[in-house]
Write a protein that binds this ligand. Structure first.
Ligand SMILES: [Mg+2]
Length: 264
């Protein structure tokens, strides 16, 4: 039996537009009762919000089929057992995940951790506060390293760009949770309950999805519907230095190649 770890942005949708064959692909997984998780580096939304967004695009999945970098960050902190006081720089999805795991996010100084994700109201004051806590010895955890992220209006600075300023000022490098980190990959594989060698990682980003899959011992398929496209795929593969097992025009093409390989 194969399991699937599937990226969201650029793989199932682009902003508010579903990608062709995304809904059909999820139905194919569900019809064949193949275990899957939708794994996203985006820390701003809760799994419920992601599932609602997908439903608006005609893709029906339970919230339990969504795994976010915020959930993985909360699990990582739980395993570390350093303390439960967190200074958060981020949005609702991160706050909810941390609080659900028993971490005190509000008014806890000095914090054991600075946990940072995307924060679209990041300010100089927030930078200053985070840096002070890190200088005082808090552990720095970053939900995802993405420097830029796609949006309907073009690329926007991502959590990794905010992290670059925090690291520049504090001299502290974060523990990175999101793809391509083996941390989120290991948690996602554990949730599927399958050996890594039986898990396919499918995504549009060579640097995050494919690298994360390769370092975790999974099988990998790159779809040319997001960051990677038919026009830039050679350049993307050369710069990443990792090679996916399959390169697919879209998810329908993945099903065809998977079937040809003898899957199912
Ligand atoms: Mg993507």
């Amino acid at each position: 039996m194969n399991g699937f770890l599937i990226d969201l942005d650029g793989t199932l949708y682009r902003g508010h537009e579903p990608i062709p064959y995304a809904a059909a692909f999820i139905q194919w997984l569900q019809q064949h009762e193949l275990p899957y998780l939708l794994v996203t580096n985006n820390s701003s939304r809760t799994p419920e919000q992601v599932a609602e967004h997908l439903l608006e695009l005609g893709i029906e999945v339970p919230a339990t089929a969504v795994y976010t970098s915020s959930q993985a960050a909360a699990k990582y902190l739980t395993e570390q057992r350093v303390g439960n006081r967190v200074h958060m720089v981020g949005e609702a999805g991160l706050r909810i995940a941390l609080e659900a795991s028993g971490f005190a996010v509000e008014g806890t100084t000095p914090p054991d951790y600075v946990v940072q994700g995307i924060d679209r109201s990041f300010t100089y004051a927030k930078l200053t506060e985070a840096v002070r806590h890190l200088k005082a010895g808090a552990t720095y955890v970053l939900t995802n390293p993405d420097r830029m992220l796609p949006s309907d209006g073009g690329l926007l600075p991502g959590a990794g760009s905010l992290a670059a300023s925090i690291t520049a000022a504090s001299g502290v490098e974060p523990v990175v949770i999101g793809k391509p980190s083996p941390i989120i990959m290991a948690y996602a594989i554990e949730r599927l309950g399958l050996p890594a060698a039986d898990v396919w990682v499918i995504g549009d980003n060579v640097h995050t999805d494919i690298r994360g899959g390769v370092v975790s011992g999974c099988r990998t398929a790159l779809v040319l519907t997001g960051v990677a496209t038919a026009d830039n795929v050679h350049e993307q593969l050369a710069s990443a230095g990792v090679t996916p097992e399959l390169v697919c025009d879209d998810l329908a093409h993945f099903i065809a190649q998977f079937t040809e390989l003898g899957g199912l």
